[in-house]
Design a protein around this ligand. Structure first.
Ligand code: 4NP
Length: 172
């Protein structure tokens, strides 16, 4: 499995992590909400900042997709605070890690990278999924059914558990 990039150290004792998909209304918001709740349970909220965004601008300012929200709510998470944001290239200098949901997101993000960007801080989210095989794509559930959203949540929960384990092991 991959390693989380070392913190830049601009703010001692903290780590900033951004989750990126295409629309920022399905996959990355689900990962964002789940990771925030798991970090809170691990008492790591003060040390780890989480953000999410999409490389597409169609849904900026909108809440999560209603199927994504219903799936989260059905499993005890609060989906109501999310509003879609556009990926900004300033994240290449502010984020310790940028985790993308599929290989087209990876291409899109790297295309936006300024020449001096540290591209090694951009990784596939499922590089931290303990059950991932060779294919690290988290398929887009946008054209799928409710079952597709349940499958996304399953991957997101176990990957978030692993991320929290990594982040607690390295926290001061
Ligand atoms: P997401 O899913 O990238 O997981 O948020 C999508 C949501 C909307 C669109 C594409 C993907 N769209 O084309 O509007």
């Amino acid at each position: 499995m991959a390693h989380l990039p070392a913190p830049r150290g601009t703010q001692a004792g903290t780590y900033s992590l951004a989750l990126v998909c295409l629309g920022n209304i399905c996959r990355s918001p689900m990962a964002h909400v789940v990771l925030l709740q798991k970090l809170a349970r691990a008492k790591l909220s003060p040390q780890v900042a989480v953000a999410s965004s999409g490389t597409g601008d169609w849904h900026i300012g909108e809440p999560m997709d209603r199927r994504a929200a219903a799936t989260l709510a059905g499993h005890g998470y609060d989906p109501t605070r999310h509003r879609a944001q556009l990926f900004l290239d300033e994240w290449f200098t502010s984020q310790d890690a940028i985790l993308v949901m599929d290989s087209s997101n990876l291409r899109d993000v790297l295309r936006l990278a300024p020449p001096a960007a540290d591209r090694q801080r951009v990784l596939m989210f499922r590089a931290f999924d303990p059950l991932a095989g060779a294919d690290l794509d988290l398929p887009d559930p946008w054209y799928g059914d409710q079952e597709a959203f349940e499958e996304v949540l399953e991957v997101v929960e176990r990957t978030a558990d692993e991320l929290v384990r990594r982040l607690s092991a390295s926290s001061p």
